[in-house]
Design a protein around this ligand. Structure first.
Ligand SMILES: *Cc1c(COP(=O)(O)O)cnc(C)c1O
Length: 376
């Protein structure tokens, strides 16, 4: 999904897809603001960098950044995402988590006043090419156990000292690390990572950041100067078997498609590709125009929950590219009724569990055919 206006009912516009069929994603800006307030409540002494990478986890990069105007900054994965925010007029601090690799990229980052993470030796030499006259904010990323990006803890002090006071810096470089297992509320690795970080940076006079959403909610010792929540802003739980509502979060994204056919199928007949579901009795089967071509996961076949007209149903048969079939036994439903695939009334985590994935992937995967309606 990207910044696509909802064109239905727009004057003089041609409705390309029947509104009876169109899959839509509703983005609730009020819920987004509420979830930011939850971050502040959980980490009251930290400033908040909202993670908006990957099109704000599929919610629309600019929509989300404009809505979260109370955030202290934004984090993106890639340079282009940061430039897109600047071009949309966002003037808060923006951190590019993956940093840059070339002199041109560095110049573009400086020109757009983007903060950079550095995590590899070659980026140190690159910084010497920083254009004069425009100071840069830097984050030194330390690898305390994720083993994806970052300097080894024993290198941290030397990297800091090499950079601190450099003419191209606005202030002392900041120090950060990323948690690998904070989604386990009682795991031991988070405490180990925090211990390694604290040892690596002991005595360095610099601002720090450790926490993702799980850190914000479950690990107060990770809060530090800046927290970097993502999924909790969108109303998803970061925890394995977690419950977002219990953590006071509200879903921002609701994915819907209306029922556009209801068929009466006889007992013993099969539904969908591969005939993987056989009707145990004569029954009504609903069809909605959303499938894996829209980002609804094929692995949700046979069993994922859905709401039909507010009543709990489930997917039967295989999810196909453009359609999904639903069990309407015991459900009062008519053609045109709304099917909620996830969101308000149906936690995305339940669908993710049924599809063998996590909410993050479902949110990011909502396809470009699905039209967005921004509310609140
Ligand atoms: C994506 C990301 C976050 C946010 O993680 P959530 O689990 O969504 O809260 C924080 N820090 C870094 C470095 C990230 O890449």
């Amino acid at each position: 999904m990207s910044e696509r206006p909802d064109q239905s009912g727009g004057e003089g516009r041609i409705e390309l897809q029947s509104p009876r069929r169109a899959a839509r994603v509703r983005i609730d800006r009020q819920a987004l603001r509420h979830n930011l307030a939850r971050v502040r409540e959980a980490a009251p002494n930290s400033r908040v960098i909202a993670a908006v990478k990957a099109d704000a986890y599929g919610h629309g990069l600019v929509t989300v950044a404009e809505t979260l105007d109370q955030a202290d900054g934004f984090a993106v994965a890639r340079l282009e995402e940061g430039i897109a925010l600047r071009e949309a007029g966002i003037d808060r601090p923006i951190v590019v988590l993956q940093g840059v690799d070339t002199a041109q990229e560095l110049a573009a980052a400086v020109a757009h006043d983007l903060q950079l993470c550095i995590h590899q030796e070659h980026q140190l030499a690159l910084l010497e090419l920083s254009p004069p006259g425009r100071p840069l904010d830097l984050w030194i990323k330390i690898d305390t156990g994720m083993h994806r990006l970052g300097f080894a803890p024993e290198r941290a002090r030397a990297v800091f000292e090499a950079l601190n006071g450099a003419s191209f810096l606005r202030a002392a470089p900041r120090l950060m690390t990323h948690l690998a297992c904070a989604d386990e509320r009682d795991g031991e690795r988070t405490a180990e990572q925090v211990g390694l970080f604290d040892t690596a940076v002991a005595g360095l006079d610099a601002e720090q950041s450790i926490a993702n959403s799980a850190g914000v909610l479950a690990w107060p010792e990770t809060h530090r100067d800046w927290v970097r929540p993502g999924i909790m802003l969108y109303g998803g739980t970061p925890f394995i078997n977690g419950n977002a509502a219990q953590d006071g979060l509200e879903p921002v994204m609701t994915l819907t498609a209306p029922l556009f056919a209801i068929n009466h199928i006889r007992r013993g007949e099969a539904v969908g590709y591969g005939a993987t579901w056989v009707c145990p009795e004569d029954m009504n089967v609903g069809v909605a125009a959303i499938g894996y071509g829209d980002g609804y996961p094929r692995h949700a076949s046979n069993g994922a929950p859905a709401l039909v007209n507010g009543q709990r149903s489930r997917v039967i048969g295989r999810v196909s590219m453009d359609m999904v079939t639903l069990d309407l036994r015991g459900i009062d439903a008519r053609v045109g009724d709304e099917v909620v695939l996830w969101g308000k009334g149906l936690p995305i985590e339940e669908v993710a569990a049924a599809a063998g994935t996590i909410s993050y992937e479902l949110m990011c995967g909502v396809g470009s055919r699905v039209r967005a309606r921004v509310e609140g």
